[in-house]
Design a protein around this ligand. Structure first.
Ligand code: CTP
Length: 209
């Protein structure tokens, strides 16, 4: 099977050196990519800037911004049977990127932001019978928000990710399949959780025509 996986944060620059981002480490996405490649799947890993080794046997596409991640995913998804979207994509980008470093002034500054592309929602819209799995990062009303994302982004399953998983070596996740009920929480190292998620991918893809 050919699987598209996104991982890591994106960076949205507002001048030549400064950007908006988040602390995503990419560990979950890289662990899923490594596990899927170990099982003999063809893996396209589209990754924002992270400090991780390229997993063996994986085709790594390095990107920086949400726009670059979007373009890379749209190009690769055509030939994939499944997408697993673990990336912490910035929801907003500065409207302008200054050519030079913004000089300090002793007064408040405002940076105007505009929405980035929702990559998962876009793939969900065109997926047809392909399998799309989202991750939901929530800090309150976890189930309700994750369920809403699953429906709105046309996912086949969504993985609920708590804030304590961010940049950690371990994770606790719960999984909701479209039309199903929440799984019991799974806790383990990210490679162990990756194995649970690749099991899910293989099962969902096996139901596809
Ligand atoms: N996602 C994406 N493109 C974006 C934002 C999110 O592909 N511009 C994907 C993430 O990779 C994840 C899912 O959508 O699989 C949910 O991301 P999350 O950050 O939990 O939710 P958001 O859609 O950004 O909504 P909110 O920030 O309001 O919770």
């Amino acid at each position: 099977m050919r699987i598209l996986i996104t991982a890591g944060p994106t960076r949205e620059f507002f001048d030549s050196v400064r950007f908006i981002s988040n602390p995503s480490s990419g560990k979950m996405g890289y662990a899923i990519a490594a596990q899927a490649a170990d099982r003999g799947h063809e893996v396209i890993l589209v990754s924002g800037p992270v400090g991780l080794q390229e997993p063996p046997g994986v085709h790594l596409v390095r990107v920086v911004s949400a726009e670059e991640m979007f373009k890379a995913c749209v190009a690769e998804f055509d030939t994939c049977q499944c997408a697993v979207m673990t990336a912490a994509v910035c929801d907003y980008r500065p409207v302008t990127r200054l050519e030079h470093k913004l000089k300090k002034q002793n007064k408040p500054r405002t940076i105007q932001l505009e929405p980035t592309e929702d990559i998962l929602a876009n793939l969900g819209r065109v997926k047809g019978s392909r399998v799309v799995i989202g991750f939901a990062m929530e800090d309150h009303d976890h189930h309700a928000h994750a369920e809403e994302k699953l429906r709105r982004k046309h996912c086949d399953a969504i993985v609920l990710n708590g804030m304590s998983n961010v940049a950690s070596d371990d994770a606790t996740v719960e999984i909701l399949r479209a039309g199903g009920t929440w799984s019991a929480p799974s806790t383990g190292s990210k490679p162990q959780i990756a194995s649970v998620i690749v099991d899910l991918v293989e099962e969902l893809v096996s139901f596809c025509p």
